[in-house]
Design a protein around this ligand. Structure first.
Ligand code: AMP
Length: 418
């Protein structure tokens, strides 16, 4: 079954075509036929298109909206130019899986899209005013262009975290605001945390109930998740993805009074403060240089840049603090798992995060840590380390494609609480 995976942002569209079905899932034999990214939708858009047959192609084109972007992508996919043998017409796309950012408290798993589900996603728009409407535009565009006969499935960033207990998701503000406005911790990156927890379970050959781990998704966006008996019991992102760890450009944890202080003392508007905290903070804000961890490490090493070093220190310290907090919250964990751009690729950062955690039984093996490489699950802890350490590459698109198949076939969705 050829599944089109769509992830539509406010001015972007990411896509993949993955050939998968229950048999391929069983044998871990899914095939990625094509992938790409459209940026600057709404103006002169930039496209990066890649297929098994053709390698990478860069293009640009005026694309008015998401419908035009999905249309352009579909035309390329079925064209001779992409050279995808098994997809030569629209009829070869059998289903669509969508990443949807916010499913509120309503969606506890992945679901087939219909008018009712669309309405319920729309009801979550206030909780994710930039993301959910963009996701819905992607869904409508795909329905328009592929026709109502092609089934579509929604996979939510928040769903995996719906198992959190109230002690973890309630903020210390009047309870009526939770009831009336839904102000609580929702958490994000759920598809990634769920995917690596599932891979850990496969790697260890254990049942879901025996998965007691802390997963660290460290990329441009960063979040930690405490997983006990297979369920997310706490996570660092909150009502929005702004809370928690220090990220590329987001501040993470912050005293809320700073917002008022900035408004009064700096004369800033709320939209300016929002932009400051989301786009000009984090690694970029502290270093004053870049949000890119690779560049910061280079600046630190080659130029002994003080603020690059500070940014990296704050980053690692914050992660370490969350690991300690979650160990206490969970009553101990069997493993700490690193994933996403930084987590998968930087032995240096993994080493700095874990340094000083030997007392709690987490000891890295420097050789194994340095040898962990692209795309492969690797144990990086010392033999005998009480808490294991692993690198497990994430693949949200693959999980979305697999969930799409499973929802349509009525098969159970691994990793979700039943
Ligand atoms: P992601 O959002 O998962 O694509 O992750 C992006 C982040 O991963 C950026 O901060 C990159 O600098 C970082 N990254 C990618 N490769 C490396 C590497 N080899 N060392 C350090 N950071 C890396």
């Amino acid at each position: 079954m050829n599944v089109l995976v769509l992830n539509s942002g406010s001015s972007t569209l990411r896509f993949q075509i993955i050939d998968t079905d229950l048999e391929r899932i069983e044998g871990d034999a899914d095939r990625r036929l094509s992938r790409g990214l459209v940026e600057r939708i709404g103006g002169h858009a930039l496209l990066r298109l890649e297929s098994e047959g053709r390698g990478v192609v860069h293009e640009d084109a005026p694309l008015r909206d998401h419908r035009a972007a999905v249309d352009r992508v579909l035309r390329w996919i079925v064209s001779e130019e992409s050279s995808i043998e098994s997809v030569t017409s629209i009829a070869d796309i059998h289903a669509v899986g969508h990443r949807v950012v916010h499913g509120g408290e309503r969606f506890r798993g992945s679901v087939r899209l219909d008018a009712d589900v669309m309405r319920e996603i729309e009801e979550c728009n206030a909780l994710a005013p930039l993301h959910n409407p963009a996701n819905l535009r992607g869904i409508r565009a795909a329905e328009d262009l592929l026709g109502p006969g092609v089934p579509q499935v929604a996979v939510f960033d928040t769903a995996f975290h719906t198992t959190m207990p109230p002690a973890a998701y309630l903020y210390g503000i009047p309870y009526s605001l939770y009831r009336r406005r839904g102000i609580r911790r929702y958490g994000f990156h759920g598809t990634s945390h769920r995917y690596v927890a599932y891979r850990y379970r496969q790697h260890m050959g254990i049942p879901r109930e025996d998965v007691n781990v802390i997963t660290l998704h460290l990329g441009n966006g960063c979040s930690a998740c405490a997983i006990r008996r297979g369920d997310s019991v706490d996570t660092s992102m909150g009502f929005t993805p702004l809370e928690g760890l220090l990220m590329g450009t987001r501040c993470g944890d912050l005293d809320p009074s700073i917002v008022e202080f900035l408004a009064l003392e700096e004369g800033m508007q709320f939209t300016e403060i929002d932009s400051l905290l989301n786009k000009q903070s984090g690694l970029l804000g502290i270093s004053g240089l870049t949000s890119d961890m690779r560049e910061l490490l280079r600046e630190e090493e080659e130029n002994q840049d003080r603020r690059a070093r500070l940014a990296i220190e704050v980053f690692c310290y914050r992660v370490r603090k969350y690991v300690g907090a979650y160990l206490a919250a969970m009553g101990g964990a069997d493993a700490v798992i690193f994933t996403a751009g930084i987590g998968e690729n930087s032995p240096e950062i993994r080493g700095r995060i874990c340094s000083g955690l030997e007392w709690m039984g987490l000891e890295l093996d420097p050789k194994r840590n340095a040898a962990a490489h692209d795309g492969v699950t690797a144990e990086i802890g010392r033999d005998g380390s009480r808490v294991r350490a692993l690198v497990i590459p994430t693949d949200e698109e693959l999980l979305i494609a697999r969930d799409t198949v499973r929802v349509l076939e009525g098969a159970p969705l691994p990793g979700f609480a039943r």
